[in-house]
Design a protein around this ligand. Structure first.
Ligand code: HAM
Length: 442
């Protein structure tokens, strides 16, 4: 059967005006808090050479093996919709010689990513990430600082989360560990699921991430990378944990934590939420020294994260309800022909002062306009008739308690500006006072 042209592609979705208010608020928080830590925005293309992702994320990963939207363009070149942005940021950093600068680059991005994943709650095929990358520093303190920034961002939005950390070793200690792991997995092959048996051959670390119930006893007793770290990785991991502790950030070491992308070395982490169900990762990240060299660039140290904006909004929708939806501060009702023009001028003036106004051009009776003001949840209504224009005093009505009183234009704007900032604060749309690093609910 032919699919309807009036339906979006599965796994993508339209974000309607009522949804977008929360998305904007999240982005405003990110921009403000990331700027406090010295991060600047970078915007890279959504289309990149397929090999950029295949080489950096790894050809044997699910993302590259099964999930990329890849096609040949008109010249026959294989290009892909980006499944993540770290590879693009590293490419741009090297391409524009940012590695020649003396200080590390602190970059953040906000935008859509594409993975053809199995449909599930919390998983979309076009989804949105907010990510941050520090390029040019291998200091464990920068890792703790970036995580502090991320937790401060979640705390500002009132989101409860848990930080899980691990070290996945480096090019020295990981290969011998992986071959030990493979040997043990071969011995236990008969008790493992088919996916684990396949992963034993292509990418044994991914077995640690298996969720199949019957595999769990076998996996829990496997040798873990944390017992096989080289002295340098051990030392780095210890300093990282100390920096977290000094910053007052609680964490859990999860020896089974391996990430779904191959470029990580040493520090890996995830932030999970209790409010999300099976797809509970709100954010993930880690260190990726060596990624630039894999792409043919100079040695570059890198550390960063990406958070799933769709999943974060799911949590916030639960918490905020409809509070964050756009609501006009003032619904202006003009009465009569002469008042119409003057009302438009007043609306223009109030908007220029930063007050969100709604004006219904089609007019209609006062009763029907009041009904509309109610429906769109306007905070106040202003009535402008010829009498009011002559006296330069207008009737204002508060829709919450139905109180009505008279104001001049200047009284009106100072009252509404005060109300507007108070109401927004209550709805969590502007920074709340509680932006300290959270004490997490573990
Ligand atoms: P990732 O773990 O693949 O890491 O994705 C990060 C976050 O994006 C996840 O924790 C999740 O919240 C969200 N996410 C991933 N896939 C989906 C999906 N299909 N639907 C909805 N949300 C999703 C990366 O992408 C790395 N580039 C992170 C990074 C940055 N590492 C270092 N720097």
């Amino acid at each position: 059967m032919e699919e309807s042209l009036l339906t979006n592609i599965p796994g993508t979705r339209d974000l309607l005006p009522d949804d977008v208010a929360v998305w904007q608020s999240v982005e405003e928080h990110a921009r403000r808090i990331f700027a406090q830590y010295g991060f600047q925005e970078i915007r890279t293309p959504i289309l990149e050479a397929s090999d950029l992702f295949a080489r950096s994320i790894g050809g044997d990963t699910d993302i590259v093996g099964k999930e990329m939207y890849t096609f040949a363009d008109q010249s026959g070149k294989s290009i892909s919709l980006r499944p993540e942005a770290t590879a693009s940021v590293v490419r741009a950093y090297v391409q524009h010689s940012m590695h020649r600068a003396s200080a590390p680059a602190k970059l953040y991005y906000i935008g859509p990513m594409f993975r053809h994943e199995k449909k599930q709650k919390g998983r979309w095929r076009q989804f949105y990430q907010i990510g941050a990358e520090v390029l040019g520093s291998d200091h464990p303190a920068i890792e703790a600082e970036v995580i502090e920034m991320l937790l401060r961002f979640f705390a500002a939005l009132g989101v409860q989360s848990r930080l899980l950390i691990n070290s996945v070793g480096c090019a020295n200690c990981r290969p011998p560990y992986v071959s030990t792991l493979r040997q043990v997995l071969h011995q236990r092959a008969s008790s493992l699921c088919e996916d684990c048996r396949r992963r034993t051959e292509v990418n044994p670390l991914r077995v640690l991430d298996c969720k199949v119930e019957s595999c769990q006893p076998q996996i829990n007793s496997l040798p873990m990378i944390t017992q096989h770290l080289c002295a340098n990785c051990e030392n780095h991991f210890e300093r990282f944990r100390n920096h977290l502790t000094e910053a007052g950030i609680p964490f859990e070491v999860v020896a089974r934590l391996v990430r779904g992308l191959d470029y990580y070395v040493r520090t890996a982490f995830e932030i999970v939420s209790g409010d999300l169900g099976a797809q509970n990762a709100l954010a993930g990240g880690g260190r990726y020294d060596g990624l630039s060299e894999v792409l043919g660039g100079p040695p570059v140290h890198g550390f960063g994260f990406a958070l799933g904006q769709d999943r974060l909004v799911m949590v916030l929708d639960e918490q905020w309800g409809k509070n964050a939806v756009w609501r006009p501060e003032l619904f202006v009702i003009s009465m009569g022909e002469a008042a119409f023009k003057r009302s438009l001028a007043i609306v223009r003036l109030l908007r220029a002062q930063g007050i969100a106004c709604y004006f219904e051009f089609e007019g209609g009776s006062i009763k029907s306009q009041m009904r509309l003001a109610n429906k769109i949840r306007a905070h106040h209504v202003l009535l402008i008739g010829e009498n009011e224009l002559l006296r330069e005093r207008y009737q204002i009505k508060c829709m919450q308690d139905s109180k009505q009183w008279e104001v001049t234009l200047s009284e009106l704007s100072s009252y509404l500006l005060g109300e507007q900032s108070r109401a927004r604060k209550e709805a969590g749309c502007v920074p709340a006072a509680n932006e300290s690093v959270p004490s997490q609910n573990s």
